[in-house]
Design a protein around this ligand. Sequence first.
Ligand SMILES: [Fe+2]
Length: 465
Amino acid sequence: MESKKATTNAGAAADFENLEYVSGFGNHVSSEAIAGALPQGQNSPLICPYGLYAEQISGTSFTAPRKLNLRSWLYRIKPSVTHEPFKPKVPTHGKFVSEFNQSNSSATPTQLRWRPVEIPEAPTDFIDGLFTVCGAGSSYLRHGYAIHMYTANKSMENCAFCSADGDFLIVPQKGKLWITTECGRLQVVPGEIVVIPQGFRFVVDLPDGSARGYVAEIFGTHFQLPDLGPIGANGLAAPRDFLAPVAWFEQSTCPGYTIVQKFGGELFTAKQDFSPFNVVAWHGNYVPYKYDLSKFCPYNTVLIDHSDPSINTVLTAPTDKPGVALLDFVIFPPRWVVAEHTFRPPYYHRNCMSEFMGLIYGGYEAKADGFLPGGASLHSCMTPHGPDTKSYEATIALGSQAGPQKIADTMAFMFESCLIPRVCQWALESPNMDHDYYQCWIGLKSHFTCEATTVENTDLQNGHN
Ligand SMILES: [Fe+2]
């Protein structure tokens, strides 16, 4: 049986628009593109159904605790090992970092903000369009992360990408992504995210012709759903809203097909003569998955004060320290704000964690100007940040008469880490760097008065007027 790979023709579009998925987070899934292709009763029979090869992909050590153990068995037409030796990619990529140190990146406590990077004019696919902005730690030592961004204007051709360094959490901001993986295909639109676990080979096609977005790559661990604590058994991101692909394969000869492997922050290429998307059936719990952020069920303040942003955690990559994340993925979705006698925007803040923010669409409540969809900001460990002057003054001017308000048509997000990021030189020297960012706070004036708070003021603050 042969199936065709979707590219850009109308039939392929229908394929990607109407894909089936398997629902659930972290499930052990079985999927077969041909009935009977999945071996029964054992993982590695002497002869697999249809003459397929059995191949395991391990996302955790064999001996990781069962509740954390991730692996899948892939049944494929030819095994992944059938390729020529890896060679350093020519030309080199040059804008990936996975070992952050003084030789390749800088530390700065300054608040940083970038305007959106333009879509390039030169032909640029997803791989070439990726560049590291900042990060910490080391992919070699299996502890750390890198934050990348991408702009691209063409589909990947006759090649597949994979990162041996870590999981890719991709946040598209502009342009639909058609992603083909060894487990099957996914369509991911802005407003959705996709996680491609470490080691999976994938291709990104751009049906809209251009794309821009953000990537968090994590080294040495994987994303989990956060614990819900007193919230209870439901709320935030529901497990059933995470969607994994179903088995899909192509049986084709592809002369000169190239596997581009990110390994220790460098790219290597290996030639083979067949598509890596030749997995006819698979089972396991180590799989790519996507999630629609509009399905997030926000919990928030219903009386006083602004909740800490952790209340909006979609996924967390833990460290060994309880409650301390290597990287949290947090969103700021549409929601009602109703708090009484409360400064409703995010509070002024210094944080032992470091906060990288992006904006998918709309505006962000703490920044009246300058933080644009496709742009980014970085507030590192203990760097002060908070609402800009315009947002502060507008909030105070409203007083206690604001009433319930809906923050609508917006989706901002944050990658928050316990590790302090170092920033790549090309990001610091980018023409998109907003060198006047600090100005947004310079206008904050003193409202201090030595006069005691009056009863009238207290009443106002308590919402009695
Ligand atoms: Fe903060």
